[in-house]
Each structure stands twice: as C-alpha cells, then as structure tokens.
Write a protein that binds this ligand. Structure first.
Ligand code: FPP
Length: 258
C-alpha cells in the first residue's frame, strides 16, 4: 500500500493542501468538470451562473495542484460536442474562457505554471486563439505545473488527426507501416509531450469518459464524485488524491508470484 502523503499531517496542514511528503502523488491528473448546469438548476440559477462558479473551482484546483507539486493537470473545458449547445451558452463559455486567459496569466506566472492547450484550437474564435498563443508563449519556460486546457477537444478527433498525420507520412515515404507501433501513435497525439494521466476525476456522478483522452486513459485510475463541479473545491480535490493514494496500480500485471 502506498503511504498516504496526508498520514502524518495535522488537520490544518491537510486543509492547507501543502504536503510534507510527495510520496504516491499522481504526476498527471485529468478532470472532467461536469455538473455546472445541474448545480445552477439546484439553486434556481441560470446555467450561465453555474459556469461562472465553475471558474472559481478551476482556480482552487490549479492553486492546490501547485501547492502539492503536481506536474500535470489537464482540464476538459470545452468538447467538440459542446459546439451543439445553444449559441448563448457557447458565447458565455467563450467569454469566461477569454476572461480567464486575460486575468489568470499573472497568477499562472507567479505560480510558475506552464500553460498549454489541446484540441482543434483553430475552430475557436480568432481573438481567443490569439490570447491562448500569448499565454502559452509567456509561460513556456515555467517549470512548475503544466496546466492543459482541452478546448474544442474530442478524443476521437485527436485520433483522427493523428491517423491523418501518420497516413501522410506513409504516403510521403517518411514512415513505413511496419514501423507504426504504440509509441509512434502516442507521438502523434496532441498529448505527445505529456505522460498519460495517472488519475481521472469526474464530477457530478456520471459514469462515463465522454470522448476524453480515450487512448491515454488506458491504465488511469478513475474517481467519480457526485459533487457538482462548482462545489468541487480544494478539500474535495485533496480527498480525491487521498483516495488515489490508496489504490494499487497493477497495469495489467499481478502481485502474486505463485
Ligand atoms: C459542464 O457542465 C462543464 C463544462 C461545459 C466545462 C467546464 C467549463 C467551465 C468550468 C467554465 C469555463 C471554463 C474556463 C476554462 C474558464 P455542464 O454544463 O455539462 O453541466 P450539466 O451536465 O449539469 O448540464
């Protein structure tokens, strides 16, 4: 059993999120941030207000990740399927994203966060593409947490894009079909520079992966909580990580020797 990083911590240390031992921490955490709409509905608010409250959860989780020394945090912020939502809701999500990109750069820089994105970024509004490029450039030399927003992302699109790249290379004689293996495919995904997630958190209770990192999640530990994303704050995040630390990861192997 992996020793819990929280084992010897006082309650106040636990709540602060600053660990004394980094043992057993997931290097890469991915999150499906779900339940903004239901959170709003449960409070007789507009869906939009759920998304607004969700941004505050992003801030807490990013800060907690920095405090803990997590290396990679990947957040599913906007799927390719989300383009089918009502225009008003899409506009609000784009506005919140734009605002986040404007306001957060200072904090990201202060916390040594490297910011990046995955997805079909060219389908986002031009103004947002520019802000993304700016934030990526400004933080590219930071050495702390790598924060990745999945935007206009779907895993099947990612795999299609990778296959097109590979097909072109074969057509142009740069690659031979015999040389295609798991590593080569991995190197053509949007996530080529990242390790696979160790831990996937999904809020709001749905038991599905919703077209998120399908290739990369092969051996990821999954944690689903009923808590809606806007209510998922630092303490919920720490509890989830604590649960990860109790998992035994076997990657398809066994612990028995006989
Ligand atoms: C799903 O809730 C959540 C999203 C569409 C993605 C998360 C978006 C945010 C936290 C807001 C803005 C993002 C950034 C990066 C600033 P839902 O609407 O599907 O909830 P429901 O399933 O209850 O309807």
């Amino acid at each position: 059993m992996i020793k819990s990083i929280f084992k010897d911590m006082t309650q106040s240390n636990f709540e602060s999120g600053v660990s004394e031992s980094k043992e057993g921490l997931p290097a890469h955490i991915a999150i499906i941030m779900d339940g903004n709409g239901r959170w709003a509905e449960s409070k007789s608010l507009k869906r939009i207000q759920g998304h607004q409250a969700g941004v505050e959860s992003i801030r807490e989780v990013v800060t907690a990740s920095c405090d803990l020394g997590i290396q990679y945090l990947t957040l599913y912020a906007f799927s390719t399927e989300n383009w089918q939502r009502p225009k008003l809701e899409i506009d609000v999500l784009m506005h919140l994203l734009s605002d986040y990109l404007d306001k957060e750069l200072k904090t990201l820089t202060k916390n040594n966060v490297r910011f990046q994105v995955i997805g079909r970024i060219h389908t986002l509004p031009k103004e947002i593409q520019k802000k993304i490029a700016f934030n990526v450039k400004e933080t590219e030399n930071n050495t702390g947490l790598t924060l990745t927003l999945a935007l206009s992302y779907s895993s099947r699109c990612e795999i299609v894009d990778a296959m097109k790249d590979l097909a072109l290379k074969v057509k142009d004689g740069i690659l031979s079909p015999e040389d295609i293996n798991e590593e080569v495919i991995q190197q053509h995904l949007y996530t080529k520079d990242m390790p696979d997630p160790d831990f996937l958190i999904r809020t709001s209770g749905e038991m599905r992966v919703s077209n998120f990192l399908l290739w990369q999640l092969s051996y990821t530990e999954i944690f689903v909580t009923d808590v809606f994303w806007p209510d998922f704050r630092k303490q919920n995040f720490l509890n989830a990580i604590q649960s990860f630390q109790k998992r035994e990861r076997r990657f398809g192997r066994t612990n028995f020797s006989n």
